[in-house]
Design a protein around this ligand. Structure first.
Ligand SMILES: [Fe+2]
Ligand SMILES: [Fe+2]
Length: 298
């Protein structure tokens, strides 16, 4: 199975930073939006440079890698547009955080093994694999009255992340997890190491960016608004504890495989809105599919 590249029609020009009633939820997602812009082009480069290492018989996986690259190419482009609108609303240091993350990733690329890079990539991708259920099954109360453009960016992106959730996992295992010894040492222990490393690294950035934005927000808030923000933080953290953490902990199971995750309710139907005949499709006059397939610059 491969995955189509979809070109969403979303307008970020009027999306406020506080695009959901729960400000902590909105700012946490906004902080997370700064992650794909450095990491997804990096991921594309890593996979493009390593794809020829796959055994010649792995044509299915090679096709999936090509489709994965097509989807990721659209994700980070959409997040760039969203982030630009967000930074302009009074959060200039976000661009600095983003640059620091890009520098970290470039350093890993220069100094770490391909095995590490792919284990890290699989760790990052496992975030998307759990986010599908969060967005489609557990976030309705947070999305009530939310800005439809910000909601569309996240639901489209996380639905496609769910769709291609196995590609990095399969790629890593095809290169490093074949045979009983490799399945134990690399397929389990080193995979878990990559996952923990990626989570600590990326969660650190997300938390620092979220705290930075909320500190700015507090400067113009009344005491009542600050108290409401504290309640928002508690409500959002409860959602995270209930629906994200337990799913992420499944990565520690020796038999973990993202392919076995149940498709979240309504996800397939939602993606159809971004396909031919759907109401969320951007018309491509030039450069669309070709642009998606274009290799990322090093
Ligand atoms: Fe993505
Ligand atoms: Fe992805």
């Amino acid at each position: 199975m491969t995955f189509p590249v979809r070109y969403p029609k979303i307008d970020y020009s009027n999306v406020p930073a506080h695009w959901a009633r729960n400000i902590a939820f909105a700012q946490d997602r906004n902080a997370t939006s700064l992650i794909p812009t450095p990491i997804e082009p990096w991921l594309i480069r890593i996979l493009q440079s390593a794809v020829e290492k796959l055994p010649p018989g792995d044509t299915k996986l090679k096709d999936e890698v090509a489709a994965f690259i097509g989807q990721e190419s659209q994700h980070f482009r959409q997040h760039r547009l969203f982030n630009k609108a967000l930074v302009a609303q009074g959060y200039p240091e976000l661009a600095e955080f983003e640059k620091r993350l890009a520098d970290d990733l470039a350093r890993f690329e220069r100094t770490r093994s391909l095995k590490f890079l792919l284990a890290y990539a699989d760790g990052f991708e496992s975030l998307g694999a759990v986010a599908g259920a969060l967005w489609f099954e557990h976030s309705d109360a947070f999305l009530e009255g939310a800005d439809p453009n910000a909601t569309a960016l996240w639901k489209w992106h996380m639905a496609e992340e769910f769709e291609h959730r196995s590609v990095c996992f399969d790629f890593y295992h095809a290169l490093y997890g074949r045979g009983i010894w490799n399945a134990i040492v690399n397929g389990y222990f080193y995979r878990v190491y990559g996952f923990v490393f990626a989570m600590r690294h990326l969660n650190g950035y997300m938390k620092r960016m979220r705290d930075y934005m909320l500190d700015i927000d507090r400067q113009s808030m009344s005491e009542d608004e600050k108290a409401q923000l504290e309640r928002d933080i508690k409500e959002y953290e409860a959602l995270h504890k209930r629906h994200t953490l337990p799913q992420l902990l499944k990565n520690f199971l020796p038999w973990y495989n993202p392919a076995r995750k149940k498709t979240p309710r309504g996800l397939i139907e939602y993606l159809k809105r971004f396909e031919a005949g759907g109401d969320m499709v951007r018309s491509i006059t030039s450069g669309g599919p070709a642009e998606a397939a274009r290799p990322e610059p090093a």
